[in-house]
Design a protein around this ligand. Structure first.
Ligand SMILES: *Cc1c(COP(=O)(O)O)cnc(C)c1O
Length: 386
């Protein structure tokens, strides 16, 4: 195969995560699998097929271009929702294919009704409410106008959902803000109820909210990171797994990482003492040093800030990146690791012989969120389901 590294998607891990989460949220809450950002780097088509195998029938993306990709993958009977960007000229396409989308301003609402009229088919929209995140969403006054408009155009608009998004439910530091958002949502919902406008679902929770504020799960949860086996942050893991145990002992992590990222050693070399390795002068050998080159660099999503800092696994040992990460390769130090040769397996993210390179450790070193590390994995690295 023509590639320098590959990504493995663990089918059983995904299934386990889904079982855990679905059981937690209960049968009356629709599970929407959030697959924006190329399914958090896992690959839209792979996650869609695994999710559908496990009974998921609702998918959420950010934008119309992601919806187009997802639409090609989803099976009959699965629903697709756009939570963010859709241009006026893409609305007709969405209506044609029964794809629902967020509206958060009067202009888009009118565009949706206009497109629906033109196509003689109602648009399925989700009313996004401003509850305190201050990103997108109707505030109280705008909502009033919107509800009047919807009442007058009920033939062209199906209110598939009423929704909001929390501004950081993963951190206890945002506790009051989230609580206030919940209150604000309930208040605006009373306006919706009073208006007599019919809607199908209320949905507010992402992974962190669904886990830390169980009352936010409502009719549907929009779950991204947790289905991929990662916690929104360390704090959420502590809250869920350690604190709930009661006695301070850590419970077993019910979520299993789905992704692994692997490559192979490109070549090995013995470098004498007192030599700089790679570009420039960032790494000077103390003694004879055995190095391996790995054909993964910053073009493949291995951040250059991991120069002289990152780690990979070879032959079950953590080995340090030495020198600068290049565009297409990096050097690692293997002096004390037995038997490394050209073609030896390299694990960048994953488990080898019980030793783990987590997405989290990878992210912490680069000051990135798990989310960012995953979403930045290039689309063209082959994904293999195992
Ligand atoms: C990304 C996103 C989610 C999913 O968030 P996770 O933390 O990955 O579960 C839910 N809702 C909206 C609006 C989002 O943008």
């Amino acid at each position: 195969m023509f590639h320098t590294s590959f990504i493995e998607i663990d089918k059983n891990a995904y299934k386990q995560n889904l079982n855990y989460l679905k059981e937690k949220f209960g049968p009356d809450t629709t599970f929407s699998s959030v697959i924006k950002g190329n399914a958090y780097g896992h690959g839209i088509e792979h996650i869609v097929s695994l999710a559908e195998e496990n009974g998921v029938r609702h998918f959420s993306v950010f934008s119309a271009d992601e919806a187009l990709k997802a639409f090609e993958s989803i099976g009959q009977g699965s629903e697709l929702m756009i939570m963010g960007m859709i241009d006026d000229h893409e609305i007709e396409w969405a209506i044609e294919h029964d794809i629902s989308f967020y509206v958060f301003e009067q202009e888009r609402l009118e565009a949706a009704a206009g497109a629906a009229r033109k196509m003689n088919k109602p648009a399925q929209v989700h009313l996004e409410l401003e509850t305190g995140m201050y990103r997108t969403g109707f505030n109280k006054d705008e909502l009033k106008t919107a509800l009047d408009f919807i009442s007058a155009n009920s033939d062209a608009l199906i209110i598939e959902g009423v929704c909001t998004h929390f501004a950081g439910a993963e951190s206890i530091g945002n506790y009051l803000r989230v609580k206030n958002q919940i209150k604000a949502f309930n208040k605006l919902m009373r306006m919706v109820e009073k208006s007599g406008v019919n809607y199908k679902k209320c949905h507010t929770a992402c992974s962190a909210a669904a886990i830390r504020y169980p009352k936010t799960t409502l009719d549907m949860v929009r779950i991204g990171i947790a289905q991929y086996g990662l916690w929104p942050n360390r704090e959420t893991f502590m809250h869920e797994v350690v604190e709930r145990n009661g006695d301070g002992t850590p419970g077993e992590d019910p979520l299993k990482r789905v992704i692994s990222w692997k490559s192979k050693v490109m070549s090995t070399k013995k470098v004498p003492a007192n030599r700089f390795i790679g570009y420039g002068t960032s790494y000077l050998t103390n003694e004879e040093t055995h190095i391996a080159t790995v054909p993964v660099g910053y073009t493949h999503g291995f951040n250059r800030s991991l120069s002289n800092l990152g780690r990979v696994l070879i032959n079950g040992k953590r080995v340090p990146v030495i020198g600068l990460v290049n565009m297409n390769m990096m050097m690692v130090e293997i002096t004390t690791v037995e038997g490394v040769k050209k073609g030896s397996d390299v694990t960048i993210i994953g488990n080898e012989g019980g030793i783990d390179m987590s997405v989290g450790s990878f992210s912490e070193l680069t000051n990135r969120l798990n989310y960012e590390t995953l979403a930045r994995l290039p689309h063209d690295i082959p994904r293999i389901i195992v």
